[in-house]
Design a protein around this ligand. Structure first.
Ligand SMILES: [Fe+2]
Length: 193
């Protein structure tokens, strides 16, 4: 794990962008065994902090059928590398005028794949592996320390949560002080794929 931290520290020169991070993650082959300690530890979703500087690096562990909240990356880009397992990414568009959340695309990725998280993208990550948990490596820049303005969408309850600067993750389960606003019954949901 130390190797990992040093690697990100070395290339943290303040001028990271999508291309340089994508290249970095494509170029190195990780020994996934270094994360074995997390394999059977728990069935829960885990976020393991790796590095925090001009950008944030995490490894995430997804239990079988585990999925992220539908979330927006307001002013933050990211690159994900699938370290183990099969991942499905659902991409959405939110139309604030028509008050509609639209599922636009479902894409599937396997071990070694790179997923780009564009600025202001709205998406959801799902572990669709048949028999195992999944591991993904995430690089966010600028640093994901401030998630202010990003929105979370709950399709079942039709609610939107707007995160503030105290938010710690793209997750409904965090304390209420991480939200600046929660809007109930606020949108229609449509699948276009
Ligand atoms: Fe994301």
């Amino acid at each position: 794990m130390q190797y990992f931290k040093e690697l990100f520290q070395k290339v943290d020169n303040g001028s990271v962008n999508l291309e340089t991070v994508e290249q970095l993650l494509s170029d190195f082959n990780l020994d996934v065994a270094m994360f074995d300690e997390y394999k059977n530890e728990t069935d829960e979703y885990l976020r393991i902090p790796i590095y925090e500087g001009n950008y944030s690096v995490y490894v995430m562990k997804w239990p079988m059928n585990g999925k992220s909240t539908i979330h927006e990356h307001r002013n933050i880009s990211g690159v994900i590398k699938v370290l183990r397992g099969k991942i499905q990414e659902n991409s959405f568009l939110y139309d604030g005028v028509l008050n509609k959340l639209v599922l636009k695309e479902k894409l599937n990725y396997s071990t070694g794949s790179i997923i780009i998280e564009e600025v202001n993208a709205i998406h959801q990550v799902i572990n669709v592996s048949e028999h195992e948990d999944a591991l993904t490596l995430h690089v966010y820049f600028p640093s994901a320390r401030n998630l202010e303005g990003s929105r979370l969408f709950n399709v079942q309850d039709k609610k939107i949560g707007v995160l503030n600067e105290k938010a710690s993750s793209f997750n409904w389960s965090q304390p209420a002080f991480g939200f600046s606003e929660i809007i109930i019954k606020s949108f229609d949901y449509v699948e276009e794929c």
